[in-house]
Design a protein around this ligand. Structure first.
Ligand code: ADP
Length: 154
């Protein structure tokens, strides 16, 4: 059976932290699907198409990583794609508590789903999409926080 992992998030925008997790995990799985949640009740800063374009560009050089857009429950998206692994990144203790709760809830929804947590490399531990969006709103330069081939012009 193919080992397929889903790496879900809003990627608004993708950061070097997200990139770090996916690149380092690519050898653990046959395939990683970076799943961009199109959450209609949450207003994103960037359109779903732009977010997808940046994610595609970031992983264009890795053959077993692809990007998908999804709506609804992450567990259902995993089931549809026969993905039995949910990949998540860990920055700090706060992330840990949150991820544990989500992992237990997801496991309750689908028992075959295993959450795999990967620690970020320390230089990315403070990189948060939320903070990046604040910098963008205030016209600051975020190039050091986003993948090198992603250029964000607002
Ligand atoms: P987004 O930041 O795209 O809105 P999340 O915050 O839910 O979405 O992130 C998606 C996944 O990426 C989560 O597992 C999260 O822990 C992980 N992640 C986010 N930022 C980093 C980072 N700097 N280093 C490692 N993992 C990260």
């Amino acid at each position: 059976m193919k080992r397929i992992a889903v790496f879900p998030g809003s990627f608004d925008p993708i950061t070097r932290g997200h990139e770090n997790i996916v690149r380092r995990s690519a050898m653990l799985f046959d395939e990683i699907i970076v799943a961009i949640g199109n959450n209609t009740s949450k207003q994103a800063m960037f359109s779903i198409d732009r977010r997808k374009e940046w994610v595609d560009k970031t992983f264009a050089d890795i053959s077993n990583v692809r990007t998908e857009i999804y709506e609804g429950l992450t567990v259902e998206f995993c089931q549809k794609n026969k993905a039995t692994f949910l990949l998540r990144g860990l920055r700090n203790g706060g992330d840990f508590e949150y991820e544990r709760t989500i992992a237990h809830m997801n496991k309750a929804l689908w028992n075959e789903l295993e959450t795999v947590l990967v620690f970020t490399d320390p230089e990315f531990a403070s990189v948060h999409s939320t903070v990046i969006r604040e910098i963008i709103k205030n016209k600051g330069d975020v190039s050091q926080f986003v993948p090198s081939n992603v250029s964000i012009h607002v």
